[in-house]
Design a protein around this ligand. Structure first.
Ligand code: C2E
Ligand code: MG
Ligand code: MG
Length: 607
């Protein structure tokens, strides 16, 4: 291998292939720094003193991870277990010398390219030549000169990073390539198996790509691929609002270019496998738009094949081949579509798409309506307000539960117009009750997308003005997962809502896996303990301990606590004993129509 003698030469060489670096002048410093921080430097030398000196010098230069091996007979074994990024190897050692280690290493396929800097006290050209023959990457003379040492290690690591870039990243798009894809795929499946989440694999192919390449030439072909990768990336980013809220792992960073016009997307923890079809649809929409090449519009027809773990297969190789075969089926039936490998998933995904379009129609045709579930004060069992919950009455009279349609409304973005409709319906209702002489308090559920994709503060402010509702009569229920998206923006929006007099409640508390530290920054008034904790409080000591701790913590933070899903008097008794403030649940009332709630309020107030 040709040695890169200085870093600038190396950068000239890398600049072309690594897409991310071009527009970012700060990359070099950051990349160097990252490489230093992460690199594991291994030394094999029979003199501990030399190793300690070298280590100290490299620490001064900014390196942090070292592995020192004095016993040369153990060197190969150590290299295999710890997989260093660079090896500093002494030549003159008893028993097994540096030459032997080097030749053994180069025989192992895995370490054929491991950078090895040979430390030699002899200035003899013979031993240098021998080391070169055996595959040494560079030399350093003992005693080592500090600045030369740092420079050699730095250059060697940069050269390795360049090799990795060539080996693992696609030269045109800069995306991780097939090799890295298969590697990560295996790793993801192993992790998914351990942590019991699911993975969907999307395989995307394009008709017409080869023909375009032949007619316009390879350079135009590369432009098309680059544009496609940009669109794929942005369609994944737009699903990511949902991704981050609902799925543990974000979808961005999981896009691979497998060569030609083949791409793959790995979506870990997508919840129900069928959700992947929504991502597939978004991809189709984005990449089906025409691309302009040399003033001519070209159209590529995409096909998306999906396989899911663990539903379709439990190993990476099979999963990949099933996704490929599904994309082949999609192409065979005309392309421009998403095809699951499994037929049940296909049916379920068709059902989902149908529900989504039904929902659009339902919104236009006013098939949604609101019900209200009373919230009860534990002190005196009086109604202190109600939570507004949406229902969908289909044309045939059947009622669809929000548990079935809210997730789809969230994934598809329909929650934004639906959410505005809900806010208006609730404001109108409060105004009507106000007119009838009963002032009550109503809580409304707000989804993450309403925060990020609409002018929530403006919308609510206009509605309370239009219906002359006191903002203090409205509580906005948000979930903890909202905080994972963009904590600073969320805190800012919540403050703006609070400044206008609205109350804020944290819904489903305890289920969002988020850190507790965010709580102190949130301008909240109330915390709602999720039903999952209340369900078993009679039987489960752990649940009692959790609920008790949550109530205590909330009170210390000056928050009111509402327990959700109270179904019997034993739960009620326990909640009262730990001074929980408010509760909500079937024990007192199911969600009811506005008329029934009005009647309950009227009776309670003796009106
Ligand atoms: P949530 O906001 O936590 O609402 C409480 C849910 O628990 C409601 O289900 C309610 O009917 C149910 N529930 C109340 N007490 C009990 C009980 O004692 N036992 C049992 N088993 N369940 C009880 P619902 O109405 O089906 O709503 C489910 C979820 O759908 C809500 O959870 C909320 O996340 C969402 N949702 C409902 N309405 C809306 C809405 O208007 N906008 C938005 N964005 N989401 C909504
Ligand atoms: Mg709620
Ligand atoms: Mg809740």
């Amino acid at each position: 291998m040709r040695l890169m003698s200085n870093i600038d030469e190396l950068d000239n060489a890398t600049g072309k292939s690594s897409v991310k670096v071009e527009s970012d002048p700060g990359y070099r410093l950051r990349d160097d720094f990252e490489r230093m921080r992460r690199a594991l430097i291994m030394m094999v030398d029979d003199e501990p003193l030399t190793m300690n000196v070298v280590r100290t010098l490299l620490e001064d230069a900014g390196y942090q991870r070292f592995l020192l091996e004095q016993d040369s007979t153990r060197a190969i074994e150590q290299i295999k277990t710890s997989q260093p990024d660079v090896l500093l190897l002494d030549i003159m050692m008893p028993e097994v010398d540096g030459f032997q280690i080097l030749s053994e290493l180069r025989r192992l396929e895995e370490f054929a390219h491991l950078p090895v800097i040979v430390l030699t006290s002899s200035s003899s050209a013979d031993s240098k030549l021998k080391a070169l023959d055996l595959g040494a990457t560079d030399f350093l003379a003992k005693p080592v000169d500090p600045s030369e040492l740092a420079l050699r290690v730095r250059n060697t690591l940069a050269a390795k990073a360049y090799q990795d870039q060539l080996a693992y990243y696609d030269g045109v798009t800069g995306l991780p390539n097939r090799k890295l894809f298969l590697d990560r795929c295996e790793w993801s499946i192993e992790r998914a198996m351990r942590e019991e989440f699911s993975v969907a694999l999307l395989h995307i192919v394009f008709d017409e790509y080869q023909r375009i390449r032949e007619s316009f030439g390879p350079q135009a072909g590369d432009q098309v691929i680059t544009e496609l990768s940009r669109r794929l990336d942005s369609s994944l980013r737009s699903s990511d609002v949902v991704g981050r809220v609902h799925h543990e792992v974000s979808s961005v960073g999981n896009l691979y270019c497998l060569g030609g016009s083949e791409f793959s997307v790995m979506l870990p923890s997508i919840g129900e496998g069928v959700n992947a079809s929504l991502v597939g649809q978004r991809i189709l929409e984005q990449v089906s738009q025409p691309i302009v090449i040399e003033g001519t519009e070209v159209l590529l027809k995409p096909s998306v094949g999906i396989s899911t773990f663990p539903h379709d297969a439990i190993d990476a190789t099979t999963l990949v081949s099933l996704a490929v075969s599904a994309s082949g089926q999609a192409q065979a039936s005309g392309g421009g579509r998403v095809q699951f490998y499994s037929s049940e998933m296909n049916e379920a995904s068709v059902g989902r798409l149908r529900l989504e379009s039904e929902m659009r129609r339902a919104l236009a045709e006013q098939e949604f309506f609101m019900v209200y579930q009373p919230k009860i004060s534990l002190d005196d069992e009086r109604i202190v307000g109600a939570e507004a919950l949406v229902r969908w009455k289909m044309a045939d009279g059947s009622i669809v539960s929000p548990a079935d349609f809210i997730p789809i409304a969230e994934e598809s973005g329909l929650i934004v117009p639906l959410g505005s409709w809900i806010l208006e319906a609730v404001c109108r209702q409060i105004a009507e009750w106000n007119r009838q002489g009963i002032r009550t308090h109503v809580a409304v559920n707000i989804s993450a997308r309403q925060f990020f994709e609409s002018d929530l503060v403006g919308i609510i402010a206009r509605l309370v003005e239009k219906y002359r509702v006191d903002p203090g009569q409205l509580t906005l229920e948000v979930t903890e997962s909202l905080m994972m998206e963009d904590p600073r923006l969320v805190v800012d929006l919540l403050h703006r809502l609070k400044d206008r007099g609205f109350m804020i409640s944290i819904d489903d508390f305890g289920t969002g896996y988020s850190s507790l530290s965010y709580l102190k920054d949130l301008p909240a008034d109330e915390l709602k303990i999720d039903r999952a904790f209340i369900m078993d409080v009679e039987a489960s000591h752990e649940d009692r301990a959790m609920v008790n701790a949550i109530v205590f913590m909330a009170h210390e933070l000056g928050l009111r606590v509402c327990a959700e899903g109270v179904e019997n008097s034993a739960q009620l008794k326990f909640l009262r004993s730990i001074e929980c403030d408010v509760c909500q649940g079937f024990h007192f009332s199911r969600p009811v129509t506005p008329e029934v709630l009005w009647e309950k309020l009227r009776q309670a107030r003796g009106a």
